[in-house]
Design a protein around this ligand. Sequence first.
Ligand SMILES: Nc1ncnc2c1ncn2[C@@H]1O[C@H](COP(=O)(O)OP(=O)(O)O)[C@@H](O)[C@H]1O
Ligand SMILES: CSC[C@H]1O[C@H](OP(=O)(O)O)[C@H](O)[C@@H]1O
Length: 410
Amino acid sequence: MSNSSYHVLSELEIIEYVRKIPGLFSENAQLICKEIGDGNLNLVFRIIENGSSGKSVIIKQALPYARVVGESWPLTLDRARIESEALMIQNSICPGLVPKVYHYDKELALTVMEDLSSHIIMRKGLISRNRYPYFAKHIGTFLARTLFLTSDLALDHQDKKQKVVQFINPELCKITEDLVFTDPYYDAKTNQFNPLIKEVIEEIWGHGELKLEITKLKEKFLTHAQALIHGDLHTGSIMVTETDTKVFDPEFSFYGPMGFDIGAVIANLLLNFCSHEGHTLDQEERLQYQDYLLNTVEEIWIVFEEEFRILWKGKASEPYASIQGYEDDYILRLLQDSLGYAGCKMMRRVIGLAHVSDLESINDPKLRAKGERLALAIGQQLVLKRETAQKIGDLTSLVRYVKNQEVDQD
Ligand SMILES: Nc1ncnc2c1ncn2[C@@H]1O[C@H](COP(=O)(O)OP(=O)(O)O)[C@@H](O)[C@H]1O
Ligand SMILES: CSC[C@H]1O[C@H](OP(=O)(O)O)[C@H](O)[C@@H]1O
């Protein structure tokens, strides 16, 4: 099975392949396969057993290029290894919060994993203004556990360095370096934006102080091997039901700054917050849903901090972890980094390549521009003011203040 050389599998080949994996389906099972991928990079197949067993699995196969662009954008197949190995680590640290991995094939660059089709992509749920009462608890716990337990705070420093090597992921990191930190801040060919907000974007391109702060955040992304981060933790990488949360698609994983993951979650909730300015809905309903989103951001941080401090007390192996003031200082720096990365991730989704459907689903460009302008205003302030934040309430107050300036004064 793992001696075959790489080729892109057809749906029929996928069925033959999955049949041979022990313990998944019975030999004579009638299997149906469909390619369901809608992401930017890979193929995703769903295989279901026809009949009453209800058994199904997902096979995700990496292409030797980025799916969204085609063969002109070659991309390493090693990302499939990174993804499956990151999922296995996350499974051991946070069982139940990520899909189970059944099989990984290095030659074919594919992973066989748990089918989460009973869940929906969280971004879609938020666009429909659904509420997820357990999400903050789940994602706050996921962030605290995956970040703390893979860091120098918990691991032997030699073992941690081995993990840094295991997760060297230069090609995928380059995508982030370019698309998040570089291209949106000049007139790059990759950028795609609503022409109605060109004047705001030109102001950003000319904003020296902002570009300096973005460059500092980029430098930290390049150099700060703090923990094994997911690396692309947007709401399209999370599937939910009302009571369950699963984080998937960690192919951008590498040893990077913890705040990048926390900031990604916050940014995507805030992008959804901004999108409701452009969606046609009753003002009261809009305000209530926006409040729900800001409360969720606060709750995520509160759960994260609580869990992180529990781990600090019980699982820290770093001998200086108990140095007076270190824990508080570490957590404050995480908060400030999270604001900064949230700001970067909001702006990239409005100016750069790869937008979010929260905003893109607003058909009228004028209405979409309202949400996009707000996202750019909040994003800039999060980057510029990040070091003034002392508590999570400072972030949500800043968002409310900017919204008041940008929208409510119109
Ligand atoms: N384990 C899974 N269970 C159910 N659906 C999945 C699973 N993994 C991926 N998908 C579906 O495939 C889509 C693309 O998967 P994703 O991992 O985001 O691919 P890409 O790496 O190309 O972005 C997801 O949006 C989701 O609809
Ligand atoms: C051409 S890669 C652009 C963008 O796509 C990735 O997201 P996903 O694979 O989840 O759709 C990642 O965010 C990259 O920055």
